[in-house]
Design a protein around this ligand. Structure first.
Ligand code: ARG
Length: 466
């Protein structure tokens, strides 16, 4: 019992050992070991600062830093013995430090520091690194999309509202819509990164430290742009995690919407695209089946990321200042969401790269469903009719065609005249989906020129970010 009590880094005040159930219940080492590199980087910076401020000796600092590097090597080689009794990554590393340099020197490292500012620091360092990784993957997906858009620049497809045929658009325009969402995701994550740029170290448990710590020095060494302004806030703040989870959620919502379209488009009924066999699976009973498991699963996993966001927000919402153990529940949702986002972005890029665009079906379908009706109404407006009257007239033409199983191009000019005298031979150039597309020539619209222009702008965005 005595030895168990002494194993704890906070053992001094305690007369009874921790119940085994409590150890298991409260331990976070199973997941927070993922923060080991950040924890060690933070400790090295803290040790350097302690000696530069003459709070501990240079030789102690040298021993601590060498041992911390050794521990990093041990963890990376899979030789480190993580212990549940030591609760979390911070205490596991500190305890091993004691074994290497002796408990006297190891015990000096925690001068002026608490696990509360330590974990706040680790999380910020971790998130900053991971957000950059996610942003790199977003850029890679954007490149795949813009390459596809460029190769298929001339391909026309039906555009939808309410999932009903609306107006023809370029297939590239549709792909570039997702690029715009991804560009915003990129910016959101960059903004999130910027707000994680202040070092909390020196906030101590909650009140700061009475040692003359050089907070700025630690911040600079770790690549932060400044230091936090309120110690209570710094140890209680998980805004950065929540923000990242929101940005991840929205990113997954974007991927999920795209995946929903890929699932729909790859059906026999739509047949707009064909997913590569390598990205689909079969059925154990139906020999003909080729299932779009990958887009389905990305769509499914988006729910999980949204769940992580909600879980963290609910955990935080009633917490009094400052640190509360509840906050340990921030890590699993973060790690899970992060892994899901990284996995989804990677496979999405690979899948879209391999996907085949069924140009013929798209072109054929682009003209179906009276998709150029708005064009014809606009034609009448150009001949002087108010838009509402033009809409009414073309509506009647559509109804007539539907009743007689015609499409617009089946009607002769005499038949058009029955609906309005304003229809002339020049109407016929407006009936082709290609003309409808090219008529949409405002900035941001679907004409060939404008989409080509957007491809250039996206390429510029990619070049700036790489
Ligand atoms: N494992 C803890 C966490 O992740 C570290 C901070 C613990 N601080 C404390 N006073 N119990 O939140």
């Amino acid at each position: 019992m005595e030895s168990q009590k002494q194993n704890k880094l906070w053992g001094g005040r305690f007369t009874a050992p921790t119940d085994k159930l409590v150890e298991e219940f409260t331990a976070s080492i199973g997941f927070d070991k993922r923060l080991y590199a950040e924890d060690i980087a933070g400790s090295i910076a803290h040790a350097r600062m302690l000696s530069s401020q003459q709070i501990i000796s240079q030789s102690d600092t040298d021993a601590l830093i060498a041992a911390l590097k050794q521990i990093k090597g041990e963890i990376e080689a899979g030789e480190f013995n993580f212990s549940i009794a030591l609760e979390d990554i911070h205490m596991n590393i500190e305890s091993r430090l004691g074994e290497i340099v002796g408990t006297e020197i190891a015990g000096r490292l925690h001068t002026g520091r608490s696990r509360n500012d330590q974990v706040a620091l680790d999380l910020r360092l971790f998130l900053r690194r991971q957000l950059q990784q996610v942003n790199r993957l977003i850029v890679e997906l954007i490149v795949v999309l813009v390459d596809k858009a460029e190769v298929n620049l001339k391909v026309i497809m039906p555009g939808f509202t309410h999932l009903q045929q609306a107006q023809p658009v370029l297939f590239s325009h549709h792909l570039l819509a997702y690029v715009e969402m991804l560009k915003r995701d990129y910016d959101r994550l960059s903004g999130c990164y910027d707000r994680l740029s202040l070092s909390p170290l020196g906030s101590g448990a909650l009140a700061g430290s009475s040692f003359p710590l050089d907070r700025q020095m630690v911040a600079e060494e770790l690549g932060f742009s400044g230091i936090t302004a309120n110690s209570l806030d710094a140890v209680s703040d998980r805004d950065g995690v929540a923000e990242a989870l929101f940005a991840f959620s929205l990113l997954m919502v974007h991927l999920s919407r795209f995946c929903e379209e890929l699932v729909l488009w790859s059906t026999v009924q739509f047949n707009f695209i064909t997913l590569s066999d390598s990205f689909c699976t079969g059925s154990s009973i139906m020999p003909q089946k080729k299932n779009p498991d990958v887009p389905e699963l990305i769509r499914g996993k988006s729910g999980r990321v949204l769940g992580s966001l909600v879980s963290l927000l609910v955990t935080l919402k009633s917490l009094p200042l400052a640190y509360n153990k509840d906050m340990q529940e921030d890590k699993e949702p973060l790690f899970d969401a992060l892994d899901t986002v990284v996995g989804s972005l990677r496979i999405m890029a690979a899948m879209v790269k391999e996907m085949q665009v069924n140009v013929g079906t798209l072109a054929e379908q682009a003209g179906a469903g009276f998709s150029t009706a708005t064009e014809i109404a606009d034609y009448l407006v150009r001949k002087g009719l108010p838009f509402r009257s033009a809409h009414e007239i073309v509506g009647r033409v559509v109804s007539f065609c539907e009743q007689n199983n015609f499409i617009f191009t089946d009607l002769s000019i005499d038949q058009w005249h029955k609906f309005s005298d304003l229809f002339q031979e020049d109407l016929f150039v407006f009936l082709a989906p290609q003309d409808a597309v090219d008529a949409k020539n405002l900035f941001g619209a679907t004409s060939h020129n404008r989409v080509f222009e957007q491809i250039g702008l996206v390429r510029q965005f990619v070049a700036d970010k790489r």
